[in-house]
Design a protein around this ligand. Structure first.
Ligand SMILES: Cc1cc2nc3c(=O)[nH]c(=O)nc-3n(C[C@H](O)[C@H](O)[C@H](O)COP(=O)(O)OP(=O)(O)OC[C@H]3O[C@@H](n4cnc5c(N)ncnc54)[C@H](O)[C@@H]3O)c2cc1C
Length: 448
């Protein structure tokens, strides 16, 4: 019987294992150094914030693995010998495989800053990182101030976590507006305001130059390129992540920034595949990046590789881009492509609406010539994924999207609705006379 070995028990590795089990009777082992059982990385912040216990981040009961004959090995793979089809384990026995899936995820980036290896300086990625935050920033007596470096999604999550325990936070962001490489400027500006209103000391266009130690080798202050010294007891480095593949150097497996794969998620070595955050597409798919460090693409890759391994060769086809995140208490969703001014093409135009008082806004991207709808960002309004997926596939124009916008709203019934305001503004800016269609459940749930 084929032995399928998966390195990494994150969403991609575990999804692959579950689907291989659904499709076959193969022997399956998952090896992970981080935790015995799979947990939801995206929920780590809620453990620190007291909304749930760590056990609650584990989507499957402990008996699930035995029942489904998925062997779990809590160990670190230090080397792969693909000629012998053998994995060498740190402090453990070798493991042989017939087919291998590399699903080793990401690691937080460092950037050669003096002091980055001091105690109390860390990223936020793993269970061990969560333990580190708990140790060095348990409360505002032990941690009188925290400094977070790097203005992305993980940085703002860490800021929210620390603020939930009333720890003063200084947030250093290299760009002159938060996440403006991704968000259009008016959205980025709104999030700057929101961060400041949450009493986070946001310092835009500011770089970390050095972290200073105390006599015990623990961080006690940071210096910025503006010449300031800021005292602190904890430094969160959240300057992005990169594939966790150092152990693959000299393995013969082709690596770039990640493990190079084709559309079938195959590496250059027979019977070795790579999925999730650590996989790098040889050729990017459409506007997507070759490496996609997001939860749902890891899940899709896991399902896809399971098909191929079980004899049904299947290409990775992630469909239309979408994602969601949270900026403190503002929910953000994106469907299709809405590029920031820094990267957007001349043909991409934006219609933007913002609520006069609340942190609620919408940006709709469309092609200036064809009027084709390209994508939407929403803040503070929840939208229906299937509807935008359908409209993107049907290549609807922006006027159609406005006319039927009420169908896309996914907020609970008792929430205020803003489609009428949005369309009124659209008509006024564009000189159109769109009359919004009433929400129709029949249209929403139509299958073709
Ligand atoms: C705080 C945080 C919040 C996030 N929020 C979101 C979000 O809201 N939405 C979203 O889409 N994405 C989010 N992400 C990203 C998302 O969690 C990742 O894209 C996803 O978890 C990656 O899954 P994976 O299976 O590829 O790898 P991972 O979950 O990283 O799993 C890989 C596992 O392999 C183990 N491993 C690595 N090397 C070895 C080795 N040599 N031997 C043994 N084991 C090894 C690692 O320790 C790890 O346990 C967030 C990430 C973080 C850190």
């Amino acid at each position: 019987m084929d032995h399928i070995v998966i390195i990494g028990n994150g969403i991609s590795g575990v999804t692959a294992a579950r689907h291989i089990r659904k499709l076959s009777d193969k022997r399956i082992s998952i090896i992970s150094a981080e935790s015995e059982f799979f947990f939801s990385r995206t929920a780590l912040m809620y453990v620190y914030m007291g909304h749930m216990k760590f056990e609650h981040t584990q989507p499957y009961e402990d008996w699930f693995w035995k029942k489904n004959r998925i062997e779990l090995v809590n160990a670190y793979v230090k080397r792969i010998d693909h000629k012998e089809k053998t994995l060498y384990i740190k402090n453990g026995s070798d493991i042989s495989y017939d087919k291998l899936i590399i699903a080793t995820g990401s690691k937080p980036n460092k950037f050669d800053c003096p002091g980055q290896d001091l105690k109390g300086v860390q990223g936020l990625y793993s269970k061990q990182d969560l333990d580190g935050v708990e140790k060095y920033a348990p409360d505002n007596r032990t941690c009188k101030r925290a400094v977070i470096v790097g203005g992305g999604l993980i940085g703002i999550e860490l800021a929210e976590m620390l603020r939930s325990r009333d720890i003063p936070v200084t947030f250093l962001v290299r760009e002159n507006s938060f996440w403006n490489g991704v968000l259009p400027s008016r959205e980025s500006q709104m999030i700057n305001e929101h961060i400041l209103e949450h009493h986070i000391d946001l310092r835009l266009a500011t770089n970390l130059t050095e972290i200073l130690p105390d006599e015990n080798g623990r961080a006690k202050a940071i210096r910025t390129d503006k010449g300031e010294t800021i005292e602190c007891d904890f430094v969160g480095l959240t300057v992005g992540v990169s594939p966790n593949i150092d152990f693959l150097k000299d393995s013969g497996i082709e690596i770039g920034r990640g493990v190079k794969v084709n559309r079938l998620l195959e590496t250059n070595i027979e019977d070795i595949y790579a999925i999730g955050d650590c996989a790098e597409q040889r050729e990017a798919i459409g506007n997507r990046r070759p490496i996609e460090a997001v939860w749902y693409t890891g899940r899709i890759m896991g399902e896809t590789v399971a098909q191929t391994i079980c004899g049904n060769k299947t290409e990775y086809k992630p469909g239309h881009w979408f994602n969601s995140a949270k900026f403190l208490d503002v929910e953000y969703q994106t469907y299709g492509w809405v590029f920031s001014e820094r990267v957007r093409k001349d043909s991409e135009r934006h219609f933007h609406w913002r609520h006069p008082k609340e942190k609620i806004c919408v940006t709709v991207a469309y092609n200036a010539e064809t009027r084709k709808f390209l994508g939407i960002n929403t803040f503070g309004i929840r939208m229906r994924h299937e509807i935008f997926n359908r409209w993107l596939t049907e290549e609807r124009n922006v006027e159609y999207v406005m006319e039927y916008l009420k169908d896309a709203n996914f907020d609970p019934e008792f929430y205020s609705k803003y489609e009428t305001d949005i369309i009124t503004e659209f008509n006024s800016v564009m000189g159109t006379r769109i009359v919004p269609k009433k929400k129709s459940w029949k249209r929403i749930f139509k299958t073709t």
